[in-house]
Ligand binder design. Structure first.
Ligand SMILES: Nc1ncnc2c1ncn2[C@@H]1O[C@H](COP(=O)(O)OP(=O)(O)O)[C@@H](O)[C@H]1O
Ligand SMILES: [Mg+2]
Length: 353
């Protein structure tokens, strides 16, 4: 849309043109009128203070022309001022009543600031609507994630209370796993809500990150080996990194958990390196990889690759969102890129901060 001049300039311009027009009619028009009257109707001009009939007609015509011009300018101005204002006011009322899809039509005639007001209002309504949609989606997704473990817990506990199930270690371990899953879901939600409110704090200190990450790799070595993964790691042991080691360990755990849940058994490479002022931590698997259309979105909360497979393999759908939140809290970012048949998840952040 071409930029329209400012409201104040347009009002001054219109009023100045109108005043000029009226002066032209009144002053120059009179000259012309008298010139014609003197030349063609010499007797028609009054010699006293009372205007003659012809002069009265001339005065009436001048008043009518001036009035016409002012009405024309007033209508034009009000159309450009009041119409967008009214449409914003109308849509505002609708939004206030809960109709979040209300939008003010953008009239081509709307002037500078008015056009800006309309488009700002529409942008605000759009944002409000998408935030509401997002909140509804989050509520539904969280309720959905809570339902399964709570149903299982309830069923098993009820069975125990009624004597249908015999108390056994296996049963209690199963219950404990459900509670741990719930606990993790709550912790992930907490991290994400802290991030959304800008309160996800990272305690940045200088650490030998390789040592920290090794403890995570050791904890995962057995379950990975049991599933047939071959863990390879290239961690620069001398690298001193400024970061919150607890959070980075949490991110690595989420990525390794994902490999366990979603990747095909095979090689799993974990690398930590520093290049071009960026610290890079990557976890790379051998497949099945992530659809390239999904790769940019996969870090959004509750976004899953193959839904049936992901659901079967469990997980709250928040793992990668937490990874992204941790990377961003370090002033960096997280990406997923294809690597051979599999995918590589990379977290990087500036080395100096
Ligand atoms: N290593 C991987 N290989 C293939 N797909 C993966 C991998 N890691 C994550 N994904 C896909 O990304 C989705 C989102 O991961 P995440 O946010 O951790 O949620 P969750 O693991 O709880 O399903 C997973 O559901 C899965 O479809
Ligand atoms: Mg996960």
């Amino acid at each position: 849309m071409k930029p329209t001049p400012g409201l104040r300039r347009q009002i001054i311009q219109s009023l100045a043109i109108m005043a000029l027009g009226i002066i032209l009619i009144a002053v120059f028009g009179s000259y012309v009128f008298y010139a014609i009257a003197v030349a063609y109707m010499p007797g028609s001009i009054s010699e006293t203070w009372m205007p003659s009939r012809v002069e009265m007609v001339w005065i009436a015509c001048t008043i009518a022309a001036a009035l016409g011009m002012s009405v024309f300018v007033a209508i034009r101005l009000s159309r450009r001022l009041i119409t967008p204002l009214n449409s914003v006011a109308h849509s505002l009322r609708e939004v206030a009543q809960g109709k979040l899809d209300a939008r003010a039509p953008l009239d081509e005639q709307a002037m500078g600031e008015m056009a800006q007001l309309v488009s700002d209002f529409n942008a605000m309504a759009e944002r409000l609507q998408s935030m509401t949609r997002e909140r509804e989606f989050w509520n539904a997704a969280i309720a959905h994630e809570l339902r399964t473990p709570v149903t299982i817990l309830r069923g098993r506990l009820q069975g125990l209370a009624e004597g249908v199930f015999n108390p056994s270690n296996e049963l209690f371990e199963g219950l404990l796993r459900q509670v741990e899953g719930l606990n993790r879901l709550i912790e992930d939600l907490r991290v994400l809500s802290l991030k959304d409110s800008g309160h996800l704090e990272v305690k940045r200190v200088n650490v030998r990150l390789a040592e920290e990450l090794n403890t995570v790799l050791q904890a995962f070595a057995a379950p990975l080996a049991a599933k047939g993964f071959h863990l390879q790691h290239e961690l620069d042991a001398n690298l001193l990194v400024v970061c919150d080691a607890v959070r980075i360990r949490q991110a690595l755990m989420a990525l390794l958990e994902n490999a366990l849940r979603h990747a095909n058994p095979g090689n799993l490479r974990v690398c930590l390196e520093q290049a071009d002022g960026l610290v890079q931590l990557s976890v790379e698997d051998d497949g099945p990889g992530i659809d390239s259309r999904l790769a940019s979105d996969i870090f959004e909360a509750f976004r899953r690759g193959d839904p049936s497979r992901s659901r079967k393999n469990g997980g709250s759908g928040l793992g990668l969102a937490v990874v992204k939140a941790i990377a961003q809290a370090h002033g960096g970012h997280a990406i997923c890129r294809p690597s051979g048949l599999g995918s590589s998840f990379v977290i990087c952040w500036p080395a100096g901060t």
